[in-house]
Design a binder for this molecule. Structure first.
Ligand code: GLC
Length: 739
């Protein structure tokens, strides 16, 4: 056993309590008596090390919900080679403490959803899935728990600056990232189960994400419609409201693909039902909306109403699909339907049953499913573990069955949302095998990108939350999750014309693009503030639709390399110390730099442009990089720059829905004298691309000519479409050939 792990550390309790209480505390003794081993593997040319800890009495590591890379050639080694100076010990029967060093000046990113700037260093981050809607500075536990940390050490040699740590345990974890300023980080994990920590050797940020997403998987391509504008509200009360909403969008010529039905479409919040009074013929409604080129997404919460007359409840009882308490009773908690049970998604049989239940929706033509409240949220017990607990309680609130083993909820909680999405995703795949599933989730664990898109829950119509969305979504992307967004306009509270507009200015660049608002808040549909605001929002949504070919190519890139769509400037400009400090600007792919207005009453801001020449997105003289510019972004303008040398594939004319994309002309916008780009095309809905049925071209522009070379030929060329290019030196038509 490597000696390293038993090196005594005598200040666990002191460090934990000292700063707060200024008193000394007893020294914690390492009581570990189980087994441990260290392995290493080379994945994609990079060194990955793994420490496995099997507490006394545990024989094997349970299957991980996060890790999909099974074919790794792990080799046992004597001790960790990583220079992070990792130490750990078992402090009591259900608490492990780890420490590692953070060099002065090192920045920390990742950890999923954190209400924080991009750099997470300097505070404690508790990963324990919770439904806490007060997203203010002191919020700690949020909906998601992704224990992947990136450490950016600017003093490390170039090319090996970014290191990664992934602690694969679905129990509660507290990551203290040097809050005491002693260059020490601590992790506390409350578990009795085995756990593993993966350490990724220093590399570039793109290489690190490639390795992490090889380990935990990547998103498949989303259906094209899900990248369009989605309109939601808690809740559009009835069918008539939905119908007039759809007509309103089309008459006003504001592009939109999806109308979302929140909880009130159900019969007293019973999942897999529809209200007979308010949505009497959901199938007909969906069919009529399809005529207008709309898709419908419905919310599905995990809670199943306790009602002996309700078939889903009865089936769940009969199949033993619900979570049970220690004495074998069905666990009952309070959620929207009142007294409710919770399906045990850790149990494979429950997942199969739940997945199949979605036939109710697919039979009606519902296009996608929104999984909410899956932390799981319980109104009478939102955080089932005291925040200062240093051990698991003797009694668990309820249990799960995983591989026939009973697992306490507190040890599995962080994966509950992901397991629910897995059930939904697999169900949709079975029910509609030829179509790409769309699932949206609020709660999740590492690896969720394989099953669902995410949004960041109940924000407010506050400028702080508009500003916060940028670093929060950047950290989601750096945690392996590319398809993410926040409620545009803000969920809680009343939005204003200015805030809504500024939110759309940045929202058009979120990978997931949805306007959603809470009950009793003022209307925030694009036309809610009169014609002038409406015209500006229309222009912004049209801009999003024009950008779709670029966005689809970025999803392909994610599949190939693990790269997120929204990237911090350090993704591309890691050698530029100014770029690395910026978290109110971001890159969408490598070619667009977004620098939005995030404060009330402002119409201009300072923008830092890294080295190179940058073209304002909507035209005008390029600005040179390596310096700060003061830039005006009037309401309704697109606050972005394009990097010299890029070719952006854009739809020419705005479509009203992605149904029209097949015929839309594409223009390759060339920014500079010598440009490069990639253009991707597939049918946007089926899974045929997985069998190679797509085309991809490498585009080059030089001396007034655009050339294309097919890098993948899998379909016939779309003859309904016209292709052209526009450059500083003029415009032209072009043909894309597969020769
Ligand atoms: C939760 C969700 C929110 C939804 C509401 C009603 O608060 O986060 O998006 O509208 O529940 O279903």
């Amino acid at each position: 056993m490597p000696e390293l792990f038993f090196q005594p550390l005598d200040n666990w309790e002191l460090a934990r309590q000292g700063a707060k209480k200024m008193v000394s505390a007893p020294v914690a003794i390492d009581i570990f008596a189980g087994k441990t081993y260290v392995e290493k593997a080379i994945v994609a040319d990079l060194l990955m090390e793994r420490l496995t800890v099997l507490p006394l009495g545990c024989k094997a590591v349970p299957e991980s919900i996060a890790v999909v890379l099974n074919k790794i050639d792990w080799q046992i080694q004597e001790k960790l080679l990583s220079d992070l100076n990792l130490h750990w010990q078992q402090t009591n029967d259900s608490c492990f403490d780890l420490t590692f060093s953070l060099s002065p000046g090192a920045r920390c990113y990742g950890l999923g959803e954190r209400y924080s700037g991009l750099n997470l260093r300097g505070r404690v981050h508790t990963l324990f899935t919770s439904d806490d809607s007060r997203h203010i500075e002191s919020i700690d536990m949020m909906y998601k728990a992704i224990p992947f940390l990136i450490i950016d050490d600017p003093l490390a040699p170039p090319g090996s600056r970014f290191r990664g740590l992934f602690l694969d345990s679905t129990a509660r974890q507290k990551w203290s990232l040097d809050p005491d300023g002693d260059n020490t980080a601590r992790i506390e994990v409350l578990t009795r189960l085995p756990w593993q920590i993966y350490m990724f050797a220093g590399q570039t940020l793109p290489e690190l994400l490639a390795a992490f997403t090889l380990l935990t998987g990547r998103s498949q391509l989303p259906p094209r419609w899900s990248l369009g504008h989605q309109q939601s509200r808690w809740s559009y009360p009835d069918e008539a409201t939905i119908r007039s909403l759809a007509v309103e969008f089309r008459e006003r010529r504001i592009p939109c693909d999806t109308i979302v039905l929140d909880i009130d479409y159900m019969d007293e919040y019973r999942v897999f039902t529809n209200s007979k009074e308010r949505f009497p013929d959901l199938k007909q409604l969906v069919a009529d909306l399809a005529e207008l080129n709309f898709k419908v997404v419905t919310i599905v919460d995990p809670a199943v109403k306790k009602d002996p007359g309700y078939s889903v409840y009865k089936e769940g009882i009969a199949g033993k699909y619900f979570c049970e308490t220690a004495d074998g009773q069905i666990f009952i908690g309070k959620v929207w339907p009142g007294a409710s049970t919770l399906p045990d998604f850790a149990n494979e049989a429950t997942r199969a049953w739940w997945g199949e239940k979605h036939r109710f929706y697919t039979d009606m033509g519902i296009a996608g499913i929104w999984n909410d409240m899956n932390e799981p949220a319980l109104f009478d017990n939102q955080t089932p573990l005291a925040i200062d607990a240093r051990a698991l309680p003797a009694a668990e609130p309820f249990f799960h069955k995983q591989d026939k083993e009973q697992v306490g909820h507190l040890e599995l909680r962080n994966a509950y949302g992901s397991l629910m999405c897995r059930a939904t995703h697999e169900g949709l795949k079975k029910l509609r095998p030829h179509e790409r599933p769309f699932v949206l989730t609020r709660s999740c664990y590492a690896g969720i990108q394989r099953y669902a898109a995410v949004w960041l829950g109940d924000n407010m119509s506050w400028w702080e939350h508009l500003a916060g969305s940028v670093p929060m979504l950047l950290n989601m992307g750096l945690s392996g999750v590319p398809f993410a967004g926040v409620d545009i306009g803000g969920f809680g509270g009343d939005t204003t014309a200015e805030l809504l507009l500024r939110w759309y200015q940045v929202g058009i660049f979120y990978p997931f693009f949805r306007n959603h608002a809470a009950l009793d808040t003022r209307a925030q549909e694009p036309w809610a503030f009169g014609p002038e605001v409406e015209a500006n929002i229309r222009h912004l949504i049209e801009t999003r639709y024009k950008l779709l070919p670029y966005i689809e190519q970025l999803f392909c890139e994610h599949r190939e390399t693990g790269a997120p769509l929204m990237r911090p400037l350090s993704w591309l400009f890691a050698d530029d110390p100014v770029a690395c400090e910026i978290d109110d600007q971001f890159l969408l792919g490598n070619n667009i730099l977004v620098a939005p207005i995030l404060k009330r009453g402002k119409s201009s801001r300072f923008v830092y442009l890294p080295v190179g020449l940058w073209f304002p997105y909507e035209g005008g003289e390029p600005l040179s990089g390596g310096k700060i510019h003061h830039v005006s972004w009037p309401l309704g303008t697109v606050p972005a720059f394009v990097r010299e040398g890029s070719i952006l594939p854009l739809y020419d004319d705005p479509v009203q829905s992605t149904v029209e994309c097949d015929k839309a002309a594409v223009t390759f916008m060339c920014f500079g004298d010598h440009c490069q780009g990639i253009y991707y095309e597939d049918d946007g809905i089926s899974n045929n691309y997985l069998q190679g049925q797509y085309n991809q071209w490498q585009l080059s522009y030089s001396a007034g000519k655009l050339e294309s070379r097919a890098i993948h030929k899998g379909m016939s060329v779309n003859h309904k479409r016209r292709y052209g290019f526009v450059s500083v030196n003029g415009a032209g038509v072009c043909t894309l050939s597969l020769d």
